[in-house]
Design a protein around this ligand. Structure first.
Ligand SMILES: *Cc1c(COP(=O)(O)O)cnc(C)c1O
Length: 402
């Protein structure tokens, strides 16, 4: 920012991996008069949302919509299916898996961790081996993150399902898809997920404060005998009232307006196009980082996240100071770093309502900020990203030549 200036010019570059910037259409949809949450107009709106969100999770079962952040939907998944003292297996992919495990502990469950080095996703073979050792089938749930937002590693949920089946284990599969839903392919029913946990403020392009549980029949069955205390998060009443298009309490009406429009926008683009766009932007970001000569935290390409890239700074340079400098000089926010790599990397979010121009702008800022911060790097990261993005538009090139 220029000296003595109190005004930031133009839009803030919100390049954190959620909340993501709101599309104007969603903002306008939220900017509506409040309606009666027991009236007929509300029921129509809620029905649009209940039906629409199923198409995003790819499920035919009910999806429960909570007026809570993603963390609330984590809690809902656990308390609705498990009983005090139940063993729960998770994979330590990073900060968010650690937080979910901590919550399980707080709720009186017995969580166990398969460790990773925070640079890989969940290894299905390790899950299978762990479950095979549980000969008495005491583990009641396997909790994994589809996308570990703190590191930028995406795990294959269909392979985790196969690993559980190969071990012939009855544990429920619970998946946090908060930072991948509506950005990466996700198939609740087909992949045999029992509870999928989603959030509004990432791929769904909404403000924070709304979250989801998609459920399987097996999860609904487990719900009948689950003994952890629950009230606000209890599925049953939510599902029963949801059938009529209502909630047991006053839901976030404005958020539902936004959700209905956000879902429309995703289908107008086409979900497969949405996923391909995120893949392209992620690849462009990785190419920029490599051209700068900087390492990407996620080590194995098979785990590369389509929504967030964590970039390691060279030894001896502090990523938190880099983020502050970039914010001060260029009005951009990056995600912070955690765990064993705290202070060593910054995260570029590329999810939600983001196009090539926004990404190239963000990468251009990043290259300038690296220069201003005096961080050793090579030039040409933005060029590498642009070359790649342009190369994905070959059809248009032919059309222009005709
Ligand atoms: C953002 C996020 C959360 C937390 O969601 P809140 O809305 O902040 O409660 C949990 N898990 C993952 C993977 C996330 O990206």
């Amino acid at each position: 920012m220029a000296q003595n200036s109190t005004r930031q010019v133009g839009r803030h570059f919100l390049q954190i991996p959620g909340p993501s910037p709101l599309p104007d259409r969603v903002m306008r949809a939220i900017d509506n008069p409040i309606i009666d949450h027991r009236g007929p107009e509300f029921a129509k709106l809620a029905k649009r949302c209940f039906d629409g969100i199923k198409t995003i999770f790819k499920t035919t079962n009910p999806v429960i919509i909570y007026t809570a952040t993603g963390t609330g939907a984590w809690e809902a998944a656990l308390v609705n299916t498990l009983s005090p003292g139940d063993r729960v297996l998770s994979v330590e992919t990073g900060q968010f898996s650690a937080l979910w495990k901590k919550m399980a502990e707080n709720l009186g469950l017995k969580p166990e961790f398969i460790p990773t080095d925070w640079r890989h996703g969940a290894d299905p073979a390790a899950v299978e081996a762990y479950l095979r050792k549980d000969t008495n089938k005491e583990i009641k749930a396997v909790c994994v993150l589809h996308n570990e937002t703190s590191t930028g590693c995406l795990s294959s949920i269909s392979d985790i399902r196969k690993a559980i089946d190969a071990a012939n284990h009855p544990a429920l599969l619970m998946v946090d898809t908060i930072s991948s839903l509506a950005s990466a392919d996700y198939r609740h029913d087909e992949w045999g997920v029992d509870v999928s946990v989603g959030g509004a403020q990432k791929g769904l392009m909404m403000p924070p404060g709304m979250s989801f549980n998609a459920v399987s029949n097996k999860a609904l069955e487990a719900n009948k005998t689950a003994k952890l205390p629950k009230s606000f998060f209890s599925w049953q009443e939510m599902i029963n009232m949801g059938k009529q298009g209502f909630f047991p309490y006053t839901p976030a009406t404005q958020m539902l307006y936004g959700l209905a429009v956000g879902i429309d926008m995703l289908h107008e683009e086409g979900l497969d196009n949405v996923f391909a766009r995120h893949d392209r932007l992620a690849e462009a970001t990785r190419r920029a980082a490599r051209a700068w000569g900087l390492d990407i935290l996620c080590k194995d390409p098979k785990y590369h996240s389509p929504t967030i890239t964590a970039v390691l700074l060279p030894e001896g340079y502090n990523a938190d100071q880099f983020r502050s400098l970039a914010l001060e000089h260029f009005n951009i926010s990056y995600g912070a770093s955690f765990g064993p790599y705290a202070g060593k990397y910054f995260r570029i979010g590329h999810l939600g309502d983001i196009n090539e121009g926004t990404l190239v702008g963000a990468l251009g800022i990043t290259e300038m900020a690296l220069e201003v911060a005096g961080i050793p790097h090579k030039k040409g990261g933005v060029q590498a990203a642009m070359d790649y993005l342009a190369s994905t538009h070959t059809g248009a090139k032919r059309a222009a030549a005709e």
